[in-house]
Write a protein that binds this ligand. Structure first.
Ligand SMILES: Nc1ncnc2c1ncn2[C@@H]1O[C@H](COP(=O)(O)OP(=O)(O)O)[C@@H](O)[C@H]1O
Ligand SMILES: Cc1ncsc1CCOP(=O)(O)O
Ligand SMILES: [Mg+2]
Length: 268
């Protein structure tokens, strides 16, 4: 751990999250549902995946945090995302936006414009999605990034200024900003983007950390924790399949003390 000040004990937000086992509502895509729920259970949170329009806002109001992921949305699903996010905004509770594949279609751009107006507490996406969300281009390959994290830093700052929230750009070295402060997190492993839905599942970890905690500190801690678990899992993995299994174990077994010792967080 190379950072000082409020990030000196980056394991503390993990300990607090586990002590409260927060209930997190996830409106996520078909690809991610199972992976993301298992990740949230492994970290010590309680996941619930549901999106039916008649109940989605009512359920959101029962939860400590909401995550919204547009990966496989349809028209009804999109309406539910807006209703649930509006509920969290009204209740002043944290919610996370993942604009999966936003650069690809007008439907995704229009939906994200509505969601941005509801001021996500955290936006987490890869570099190409952050660039597209900010209206600055981006060279996405479907849901995968083709831009560097460094290329998305200005876009991240613009989005943070627009929403008043935190923006996290994931990649080989993650970048997190609230518009006035910024950090780089060097934890992670190249096998992580080889397993689908690990970006989506990261949103669920951030959502759990946000409950009752400061958004910037919680997001940085969640990213360091997730990346360090990836490093630990990679030590015994033979490829993406065994990595995915080892990753769940690493998330579950990582202690706050080991996180404080292994986190690579730097002020940007
Ligand atoms: N090349 C890489 N090396 C190390 N960690 C990575 C790399 N690419 C992505 N990660 C990590 O994988 C996780 C998911 O990020 P990413 O792959 O950018 O999301 P998405 O799946 O939404 O594109 C993050 O924790 C990120 O830090
Ligand atoms: C492959 C795919 N297609 C639509 S959503 C989705 C999952 C993307 O997950 P991630 O961004 O975490 O890799
Ligand atoms: Mg993604």
């Amino acid at each position: 751990m190379t950072e000082t000040g409020s990030f000196a004990a980056v394991g503390q937000p993990l300990a607090q999250m586990r002590a409260t086992a927060p209930l997190v509502h996830n409106i996520t895509n078909f690809v991610a549902m199972n992976v993301m729920a298992n990740v949230q259970l492994a970290v010590g949170a309680s996941p619930a995946m549901l999106h039916a329009l008649p109940e989605v806002a009512e359920f959101a109001a029962l939860c400590g945090a909401l995550t919204v992921n547009i990966g496989t949305a349809d028209a009804d699903w999109a309406e539910g995302m807006v209703q649930a996010a509006r509920m969290m905004h009204r209740l002043n509770r944290p919610w996370v936006l993942d604009p999966v594949g936003i650069g690809a279609t007008q439907f995704r751009k229009d939906l994200c414009a509505r969601l941005l107006d509801l001021r996500p507490t955290v936006i987490r996406a890869n570099a190409s999605e952050i660039l597209a969300l900010a209206g600055l281009g981006g060279q996405a390959h479907g849901v995968d990034a083709r831009d560097t994290v460094a290329a998305a830093e200005v876009a991240a700052a613009q989005l943070a200024a627009r929403t008043g929230g935190v923006v996290a750009v994931s990649g080989p070295v993650d970048y997190v900003t609230d518009g006035s402060r910024a950090f780089r997190i060097g934890n992670g492993h190249a096998l992580m983007p080889q397993v689908t839905a690990l970006g989506c599942s990261l949103n669920g970890v951030i959502g759990a950390f946000l409950v009752g905690q400061k958004p910037l500190e919680a997001t940085v801690a969640a990213l360091a924790y997730y990346g360090l678990a990836g490093e630990i899992a990679a030590r015994e993995a033979k490829g993406p399949g065994s990595f995915a299994v080892a990753f769940l174990d690493a998330l579950a077994n990582l202690t706050p003390e080991a996180l404080s010792a292994g986190a690579k967080v730097r002020a940007a």
